[in-house]
Design a protein around this ligand. Structure first.
Ligand SMILES: C[S@@+](CC[C@H](N)C(=O)[O-])C[C@H]1O[C@@H](n2cnc3c(N)ncnc32)[C@H](O)[C@@H]1O
Length: 229
């Protein structure tokens, strides 16, 4: 899914469209993942790999002021493994959202098998205008590959990216954190794009290699952004 961005000017820069930016793609992807989980207990892809996920979870766990009872949301949660990792560390106020019903079905099944029945999984489209009326006050939001997928939408990707940014800013509390991993946007592009609402806190450097969609690579960005009051 790695593509170069063609920079025209801020907010009009865009990526070449791809099927990865469509709901049909993810519905069919997770339909197969659900089958695999039922047949073989395979939880499927962990985007950017286990080592990167470990680094993100460790950042959350070591950050002063983030407590086990603080609310954390996984944006485009897929199989929900990020939240399982956090639950294993003792985090208790966890929400996962995805626009694919099949992803949410998989995430719920994985959580049940792991015995974490208190994770709240919901179907939401993060570019929908009404998405944030019920999702509010999160201390931390994690996005691994979801802004990337939205950026690849064949229809109105720039409008969708803007909508995503506004929605995500609304659902995070003042001074809360957005941790975002991308293989399509550089750290600086992420910082610049989200700067209307968020200040850069730090970058989390990737391990030497990572897996994305079953392939191995070594170039991507993870930044921690803090919402301004
Ligand atoms: C690359 S996968 C990453 C999955 C998960 N975050 C992970 O790290 O394993 C992108 C995810 O974003 C979800 N997604 C894409 N566009 C979305 C949207 N507009 N609203 C909610 N979820 C979306 C897809 O269904 C998919 O689960």
């Amino acid at each position: 899914m790695s593509q170069m961005s063609s920079k025209v000017e801020e907010c009009t820069e865009s990526l070449d469209p791809s099927e990865i930016g469509t709901k049909d793609y993810w519905d069919s992807f997770y339909d197969k993942e659900v089958e695999n989980f039922i047949d073989h207990g395979d939880i499927g892809d962990i985007w950017f790999g286990k080592a990167m996920l470990q680094k993100i979870v460790q950042w959350i766990d070591k950050k002063d002021g983030i407590k086990h009872e603080n609310s954390i949301i996984d944006l485009g949660c897929g199989n929900g493994w990020t939240l399982i990792m956090l639950a294993k560390l003792g985090y208790t106020n966890l929400t996962g959202v995805d626009y694919s019903e099949n992803a949410i079905e998989l995430a719920k099944s994985v959580a049940k098998t792991e015995d974490f029945l208190n994770i709240d999984y919901q179907v939401y489209d993060l570019v929908d205008s009404n998405c944030c009326s019920k999702l509010q006050g999160f201390k931390v939001a994690v996005d691994k590959g979801t802004y990337d997928a939205i950026s690849l939408s064949p229809d109105d990707s720039n409008i969708k990216r803007c909508k995503y940014k506004t929605n995500v800013a609304k659902l995070i509390c003042d001074n809360g954190f957005l941790i975002i991993s991308s293989c399509n946007w550089t750290e600086q592009e992420l910082i610049d794009y989200f700067k209307d609402y968020f200040d850069f806190t730090e970058a989390i450097s990737p391990p030497k290699t990572f897996q994305f969609g079953g392939k191995t690579g070594n170039e991507y960005s993870t930044v921690v952004l803090q919402k301004r009051t």
